[in-house]
Design a protein around this ligand. Structure first.
Ligand SMILES: Nc1ncnc2c1ncn2[C@@H]1O[C@H](COP(=O)(O)OP(=O)(O)O)[C@@H](O)[C@H]1O
Ligand SMILES: [Mg+2]
Length: 224
């Protein structure tokens, strides 16, 4: 199996004043190529903290985290920055499209940052996901659901091995949530490992595996 993420004994504490708050406590986890995993759990249980560590946005923790077979502790900042840009895509609850650029330009942005990436893939992505009609529109001209789907395609632009989505449908109605879930499912079927945190049970059930975050650990909630 192609393991994209492998974690063992992950712990993380925040310091608040003189107090240490243990958020993650000896947690184990793995996700493979093309697997769609959703994580549910109460607010404040450490879901975002966990995603941020995997997404290389936070490196203060103990335990072992391997991305693409490499121990994060062995990678320097430059290597991590490249990994983040090339191999990891992020989607958050609130869309972050740049208002002064069209949808297509927004989607092409990560490729420009990377430089030398293949042109034309943005339009190809929009077509594959049935969104070519909004390619030339500006964010203010499209719906909330379309914005979130465009942000998702932007996250997929560099064909990342891992897509991390933190409550991607938190702001959407049922219809648009369904469309975003279809997109995530399609990304996973195309070989991307998709790791999603959600409060939406219906959305969680679209994954191959559901895990529940509680007491600083992840528990098996259900398997398809
Ligand atoms: N930067 C921070 N400093 C201190 N405490 C934090 C910080 N970020 C999150 N926390 C605390 O860690 C716990 C987990 O937060 P978070 O990972 O955001 O949970 P979730 O995403 O499951 O709602 C919460 O108690 C939160 O208050
Ligand atoms: Mg959160």
């Amino acid at each position: 199996m192609d393991k994209i993420v492998e974690i063992s004994g992950l712990s993380k504490a925040y310091t608040q004043g003189h107090e240490q708050i243990l958020v993650l406590e000896g947690l184990d986890f793995h996700i493979s190529k093309g697997e769609f995993v959703s994580i549910v759990g109460p607010s404040g249980s450490g879901k975002s903290t966990f995603l941020n560590i995997i997404g290389l946005l936070d490196d203060v923790y103990s335990g072992e985290v391997r991305l693409f077979g490499k121990r994060l502790e062995d990678l320097d900042e430059a290597r991590k920055a490249v990994l983040r840009l090339k191999n990891i895509g992020f989607v958050f609850q609130f869309d972050s499209l740049l208002p002064e650029f069209t949808v297509l330009e927004n989607i092409e942005m990560p490729a420009r940052v990377l430089g030398g990436a293949k042109a034309g893939r943005g339009l190809e992505l929009l077509r594959r996901f049935g969104l070519e009609d909004i390619a030339k529109k500006f964010p203010m001209e499209i719906s909330g659901g379309e914005k979130q789907r465009a942000a998702l395609l932007r996250a997929l632009r560099n064909a990342p091995a891992l897509l991390i989505a933190d409550e991607p449908t938190g702001n959407l109605d049922r219809h648009n949530s369904g469309a975003v879930m279809d997109d995530l499912r399609r990304a996973a079927d195309g070989g991307t490992a998709v790791l999603m945190v959600t409060h939406n049970e219906e959305a969680a059930r679209r994954a191959d595996r559901i895990l529940k975050m509680a007491g600083g650990k992840l528990f098996k909630e259900g398997t398809k």
